[in-house]
Design a protein around this ligand. Structure first.
Ligand SMILES: Cc1cc2nc3c(=O)[nH]c(=O)nc-3n(C[C@H](O)[C@H](O)[C@H](O)COP(=O)(O)OP(=O)(O)OC[C@H]3O[C@@H](n4cnc5c(N)ncnc54)[C@H](O)[C@@H]3O)c2cc1C
Length: 429
């Protein structure tokens, strides 16, 4: 992944929305003086921040093409979406607990009951907005918890995830009705109005099933070959494929019932719509795939996505762990890279050479490109660590998260000499 500077998106959203709300509230109400006033302000503040964060999460969920490269690729975009989702869950819990806090405060006799001024019946729209907010809150909290439980199969989670769009709209309705009218005339109101419009547009786009549709291309499976260690090579012929850069990935759907899975395009673009995927049996679907997939069947490919693309120049180390070899296979084939001067040590980590996908192809391509290949076989007792990597300007890693983290930590210890570390996020959950 071409590492973009990791802008603290979440902190920025919290800070801007929090500061704008605090300024508007101070301007209008002054400093809160009692528990009841503090409670009101904190409920409002958490509500404003929650709506801000949820709207941003909704925007990212719509996979806007223009935003993807700016955030460093779809995998990074989803990582941020997940971070925003967790933050929304926490803000929602805070919003609600503060709202419910009088029950505890009154039971402990820490505050006196509030004497409400003015009689008058309840506004039915306000009551509805409160109820809608409460239903949505229960559902969102349950869903954020489910998202974090690895035991829930991804397939099931993905279908459930679609419910976030209507829940967002319920939350937006709740906010629209319950935000004090005078706030809409303040900068915090303008911000919220803009975000809620964008978020609602994205939610409707999602409900209409439009997300990703523009980048989808139909084709057929042309060739299937079983490789060692539960790996399957699938060659697809895609009609109208717009081309891709080596190292990018696609969302591949072999069956409508299963939906799309992300796989790296393990071939460079030759302008002929032929895409290679090498798929390892890592979960329930990918384990079933060899029995289900047939030559000639249709496939839908969405993309290309991602920014895992090396630059030439500085001395580099490439590290592939197991199936993480796929983007490097594409790099080694790419004409674009052939034109760049390369000074690369490539570490291909596998259990044993028999398990290595397309080892002969890797060997030959490395030889042709002058890339120094190091095969690291764990069964033979060899394990890669940061000390084994030479002094380089950049490290490009694709493979198991644990190995990536260990290398990143180890390389950091080189202090000022630490290379830039780029990694492909192979997990989107
Ligand atoms: C950018 C990227 C590139 C990848 N490239 C390759 C590759 O070239 N070869 C390869 O073998 N694997 C690749 N993967 C991993 C591959 O997507 C998962 O192994 C596969 O989707 C697992 O599906 P499953 O149902 O068999 O496993 P499950 O046990 O259901 O899922 C295991 C994990 O895989 C991920 N996953 C599953 N389904 C999806 C989905 N529809 N969308 C997003 N993530 C999902 C989730 O993190 C999930 O927790 C890549 C992943 C990403 C994010």
């Amino acid at each position: 992944m071409a590492m973009k500077r990791n802008l603290p998106l979440l902190s920025l959203l919290l800070l801007v929305s929090g500061a704008l709300y605090a300024a508007a509230s101070l301007w209008q109400n002054g400093l809160p003086a009692s528990y009841w006033q503090w409670r009101r302000e904190l409920v409002m503040l958490s509500g404003v921040q929650l709506m801000t964060v949820m709207s941003a999460a909704m925007l990212l969920a719509a996979r806007p093409r223009w935003l993807e490269p700016r955030l460093g690729g779809l995998d990074r975009l989803y990582a941020r979406h997940k971070q925003l989702g967790i933050a929304a869950g926490l803000l929602l819990a805070a919003h609600w607990l503060i709202k419910l806090s009088p029950k505890l405060m009154l039971a402990l006799a820490w505050v006196a009951p509030r004497i409400k001024s003015g009689g008058g019946g309840k506004d039915p729209l306000v009551s509805l907005a409160k109820d809608v907010g409460e239903w949505a809150a229960w559902a969102v909290l349950a869903m954020v918890t489910l998202a974090l439980l690895r035991a829930v199969p991804y397939r099931f989670w993905r279908k459930l995830h679609k419910l976030f769009a209507p829940l967002y709209l319920m939350g937006a309705f709740h906010g629209l009705i319950l935000m004090p009218a005078e706030m809409w005339a303040q900068p915090v109101g303008w911000l919220l109005a803009a975000l809620m419009l964008i978020g609602s547009g994205c939610a409707l786009y999602s409900l209409a099933g439009r997300i990703g549709k523009q980048g989808q291309y139909a084709g057929r499976v042309d060739r299937i070959e079983a490789l060692p260690a539960g790996q399957l090579e699938v060659i697809c012929q895609i009609d109208g494929w717009p081309g891709h850069r080596a190292g990018q990935f696609a969302l591949v759907s072999f069956s409508a019932a299963e939906g799309a899975h992300p796989f790296t395009i393990a071939s460079a673009d030759h302008g002929d719509g032929r895409l290679r995927f090498i798929i390892k049996a890592l979960g329930d679907y990918t384990r079933r795939l060899p029995a289900e997939l047939e030559v000639g069947q249709t496939v839908t490919v969405e993309g290309p996505y991602g920014c895992f693309q090396p630059r030439g120049g500085a001395r580099q180390a490439w590290v592939a762990g197991g199936i993480g070899v796929t983007p490097f296979l594409a790099w080694l084939q790419s004409r674009e890279l052939a034109e760049k001067p390369l000074d690369v040590d490539f570490y291909y980590c596998v259990r044993s050479r028999g398990d290595a996908a397309r080892l002969e192809e890797v060997r030959q391509a490395c030889h042709q490109r002058g890339v120094r290949l190091h095969l690291i076989e764990s069964e033979a007792g060899a394990l890669l660590n940061a000390d084994m990597l030479p002094e380089v300007g950049e490290v490009w890693f694709c493979g198991p998260q644990g190995l990536g983290e260990a290398l990143r930590r180890g390389l950091k210890q080189r202090g000022a000499q630490a290379p830039a570390f780029h990694n492909e996020a192979f997990s989107m959950r």
